[in-house]
Design a protein around this ligand. Structure first.
Ligand SMILES: [Ca+2]
Ligand SMILES: [Ca+2]
Ligand SMILES: [Ca+2]
Ligand SMILES: [Ca+2]
Length: 361
């Protein structure tokens, strides 16, 4: 009857050796992380750290009232810090108010031999609003129409930009115009191809995509000169409702088509106030609203500073375009190409002339 006890004893020694080995060999690490969003430290935020150096060990903790989280005596290794949590942050529109947003972070921390002798690391992790991470962005919205006295605005277009390091695919993606909040879409057009899995319509990193309402040269319409309009005859895409027989169709430019049952009009774009989304197309059932998980980017704009938001703050914390004037020929573009903090109040500026396919200076 001695053997089982010996076996258990040996198992115990073996397992405890295995657990202790990493710290004995490479030393221990103490990690102190301060978690911030913009200027504020975030309390009560779960933080997970994970290393692949020792069979995927992970640790989790929650920030204290100072926004700090501590990991003591963990194996000396490189750690991936991940955060995804709702947080109460200062409102983008009213300095006296607070908003609830989802904040995210994903950062690698690598201890270096020069860190210091005690193997302690103190660092600050800056979270961003979910939706602000690199990806396909609505980079420019040209909505107001050119200077003219005929109420002409068919030269509207959107410009997308891929700010990520990966090719993205437009297959099956949606352009959605929102009437009020995600539950109420008022125009919904779809790129051809299979959502999520299609690979027909690539957008390489750093590439622009111009989606015109009508892909024609709007500066050169017979008997209707609009020199301050824009030539969109070489746009990458055009909105074309196949049930709207009067909707212009450039045969050389592929179409983004309406999917709303019974809709027979072109994609609707408000001149000086609206909400425009691009989604991954995984939710095409618009009757019960647009699933927020499917939203890739969303921009709200309004010419009026007193405007009340028409989209959830998880999509856009603010709105751009204050001061936009109808038929002024001006455009709304991100302050720097692809720059997105999920707050269009600071992400966008009004520019004097549209810049389809490139970023303004
Ligand atoms: Ca059209
Ligand atoms: Ca066409
Ligand atoms: Ca965004
Ligand atoms: Ca542009």
């Amino acid at each position: 009857m001695k053997t089982p006890f010996l076996l258990l004893f040996l198992l115990f020694v073996a397992s405890s050796c295995f657990k202790e080995q990493p710290t004995q060999v490479d030393g221990a690490l103490t990690l102190t992380l301060y978690i911030k969003f913009e200027d504020s430290f975030l309390n009560s935020i779960p933080v997970t750290i994970k290393t692949y150096d020792y069979n995927s060990i992970s640790f989790s903790s929650i920030t204290d009232s100072c926004g700090a989280v501590f990991f003591e005596n963990i194996p000396y290794a490189e750690y991936l810090i991940t955060i995804k949590s709702t947080a109460i942050v200062s409102s983008a529109l009213n300095s006296n108010a607070m908003d609830t947003v989802t904040v995210i972070a994903s950062t690698l921390i690598t201890p270096t031999e020069t860190s210091n002798n005690e193997n302690t690391i103190t660092d600050t992790i800056y979270t961003i609003a979910s939706g602000a991470q690199p990806g396909l962005k609505i980079n420019e919205l040209y909505t107001v129409g050119p200077p003219n006295n005929m109420f002409y605005y068919s030269d509207q277009f959107f410009e997308l930009y891929n700010s990520s390091e990966d090719t993205v695919y437009l297959d099956g993606m949606l352009f959605v115009r929102i009437y009020e909040m995600l539950e109420w879409a008022s125009s919904i057009f779809q790129f051809p191809g299979e959502p999520l899995t299609g690979r027909e319509y690539p957008v390489p990193p750093g590439a622009f995509v111009v989606a015109a309402k009508d892909a024609m040269d709007h500066t050169n319409i017979p008997n209707f000169p609009l020199p301050e309009s824009v030539d969109l005859s070489h746009a990458d895409w055009e909105f074309k409702n196949s049930m709207d027989y009067g909707d212009y169709d450039n045969p050389d430019v592929p179409n983004i088509d309406n999917i709303e049952v019974g809709c027979r009009t072109d994609f609707g774009i408000g001149l000086s106030t609206d909400v425009i989304l691009i989604t991954d197309g995984s939710d095409v059932n618009y009757f019960d609203g647009i699933a927020i998980e499917s939203v890739i980017d969303g921009v709200e704009y309004s010419s009026l500073s007193t405007h009340l938001k028409d989209i959830e703050k998880e999509v856009d914390r603010g709105f751009g375009g204050v001061g936009l004037i109808k038929y002024s020929g001006k455009s709304l573009e991100r302050v720097a190409v692809g720059f997105d903090s999920n707050n269009s109040s600071v992400d966008f500026e009004i520019i004097d002339h549209p810049t389809p396919g490139y970023q303004h200076e």
